[in-house]
Write a protein that binds this ligand. Sequence first.
Ligand SMILES: [Zn+2]
Length: 485
Amino acid sequence: MNRSRPARVLAGVLAALVAGAALGAADAGPAYDLVLVGGRVIDPETGLDAVRTVAVKDGTIARITTERLAGRRVIDATGLVVAPGFIDLHQHGQTPADGALKAQDGVTTGLEMEIGQPDVAAFLAAKAGHSLIHYGTTASHPAARAAAFGTPLAADELVAPAGPSTDTPASDEQLAKVDARLRHELDAGALGIGMGIQYTPGALRSEVIRTFRLAAEQGVPVFTHVRSFGHREPGSSVEAVEEVIGAAAVTGAALQIVHVNSSCVADAPECLAMIGGARARGLDVTTEAYPYVAGMTDLRSALFNPGWQEKLGVGYDAVVLPATGEKLTRARFEELRGSKEQVPVLLFVNRPETVDAVIRDPLVSIASDGEASHPRNAGSFCRILGHYVRETGLLTLPDAIRKMSLMPAQRLEKSTPAARRKGRVQEGADADLVAFDPKTVSDRSTYAAPATPSTGMKYVLVAGTVLVDGGRLVPNVYPGKAIRR
Ligand SMILES: [Zn+2]
């Protein structure tokens, strides 16, 4: 909770009222750009859960009231739930097609925080004016490392194929280059440092601590895919989580452990207990998960370095090609491992009971790890509302909304003040809003048809602009704005 919030929200209200009064003086027309009436408004921070009118002006929530208000446009939200737009802190796919799927899933902010973009300034420049939803990124440690080794990533690569830049310890000179690159990227507006330690196994413990130290010095969180997975020692999930909690403890860096479901698999309960224990001792450690049993990554990456099957207790047939559903054999695995192009594969490693337990845990926020070819890109958030809230009752609606809006906003807001206006339905907050039908909202994407949009999001507003209108995506509007450090 932030002490300055009430003052800030009050300032926002006054500004809106003054703006409204000024407009009223010049023009007898409606004071608000858009008014949502009759909806069940849920704000996870204040606990508001009641039918209210929500009025939007200049991209901001100007008024929340039981009264009816006039607006240039009035949307009847009777029977719908009005909630903060969802914030996805783990969105790899950043094309307009991805943005369209995210918007229909209720996501109004989609940030690339695991690993991050290799060139922050170029990323932000390319997205400006072309993004449906708000965007931003971390500074990429794997990209900085690849560059320091003289083999920079290709523009479309998230991580390097396994090789010297991933599997070799860095020299002092290379470490200095990594630091310099990360500082440069943070200065360009990166929201934190993104690490993918499992993709750079050559990074020693000392390199990890050094990178956390840089994040602490710069006042930004580290978002990391941890070093390993599975139950076997050495190299277990528990050891990998211990490493990054230790790095946070000794440096003071804030830490988000990404996809605790797929990094910790069957040991997720222990990993969550460790995160809870760290928090109880004052460390700023958080985590997130996506609601699917399969992971996805590049077959050529260091994640598939020898030993992965023993760690996970699975065979080659746990690896599946998304386009065809082909389960791999040893021969096929080895053939594809040497491919020149990226080879995205699904990795079926989790049980539904484990995923359910992770999603229910109060420490876990929702993030999609979204990328093309996996249903999580299009369906993660509506799957929470349809499957976990309505069909199974494993989550209450307010808890689900909190995990998808307020919790990710809070993860960012200590270092990124703009996040304090997101993830809330409050006067003075940004008008990033969803209005959905709780009786029908559902994911529809599958492993066979991963790009199928979710259904049930009737209205999605990004910075006050209607992006989904009556359940239909509005073409050729790009209200998304950069979120920078
Ligand atoms: Zn990952």
